[in-house]
Design a protein around this ligand. Structure first.
Ligand code: 13P
Length: 252
């Protein structure tokens, strides 16, 4: 199965000059057919980053999209259609920071997923439990609830759409903390997610792990069959660390 290593740049970097430098560095990374590299600049840097990477195999994506329409009276939104027009290939949807700071819930996320799919974007749907949910053994139930946004999506029966759906398991407590679940825990969760999606008719969905992935621990994650790639935050802003993570996943 092809692997994906995607950098989620979040609200970084502060300047277009720095974003351009990062894009040039990522574009120069080894291009391995077994491992797709992706990055998600902020919307204001999207056009410039895409221009730098347009002759490379790196996928450029976005960290969010508007829920309500392709164009129209939706102040502050950026639509999937606009992102596609600038060369975006995928959208991260439902990141825990969007859920926490912008109060995004399942009903909104269904709309965003629908907008993304109809515009032709691949979707990286993020799911993950909080620290207290983890400690109370509620992880799988929380994930099932978050994945239920896919339940009513009839377009998911389309194989072409299925191929453009990725799930990122990102425990909230592992994001930016240096903490990670054990490999066994990650594998069990990824298998659960794959089984859940199989019930919806999606065979062997690609599941990425995210949360404190770095150059030191990437090889351990990469060595697991159930881990089909990584969604990387902080380490994706450090060129050497990101390159090491990409190499780790390209090896398997
Ligand atoms: P960190 O890699 O900084 O923990 O962030 C993970 C993340 O949120 C990726 O979407």
């Amino acid at each position: 199965m092809v692997k994906y290593v995607i950098g989620n740049w979040k609200l970084n970097p502060a300047t277009l000059t720095e974003a351009a430098a990062l894009a040039h560095a990522i574009g120069a990374m080894a291009n391995d057919a077994n491992c797709h590299i992706g990055c998600t600049p902020s919307f204001v840097h999207l056009a410039a980053v895409r221009e730098i990477l347009k002759h490379s195999s790196v996928w450029v994506g976005v960290q969010d999209i508007g829920a309500f329409g392709a164009t129209g009276a939706f102040t502050g939104d950026v639509s999937a259609v606009q992102a596609v027009d600038l060369g975006a290939k995928f959208a991260i949807i439902g990141h825990s920071e969007r859920r926490a700071y912008h109060k995004e819930d399942n009903s909104l996320l269904v709309k965003k997923i629908t907008q993304a799919i109809s515009a032709g974007l691949a979707v990286v749907l993020c799911v993950g439990e909080t620290k207290s949910e983890y400690e109370q053994g509620e992880t799988l139930g929380v994930l099932d609830n978050q994945l239920s946004v896919l339940n009513g999506l009839t377009v998911l029966q389309d194989k072409f759409v299925q191929d453009k759906l990725l799930i990122a398991y990102e425990p909230v407590w592992a994001i930016g903390t240096g903490l990670t679940p054990t490999i066994d825990e990650v594998v069990a969760v990824h298998r659960h997610i794959k089984a859940n999606l199989q019930h919806l008719g999606v065979d062997d969905v690609c599941v990425l792990y995210g949360g404190s992935v770095n150059d030191k621990n990437a090889a351990e994650f990469a060595g697991c069959d159930a881990v089909n790639g990584a969604l990387v935050g902080g380490a994706s802003l450090k060129v050497q660390s990101f390159a090491t993570i990409v190499e780790a996943f390209a090896q398997f």
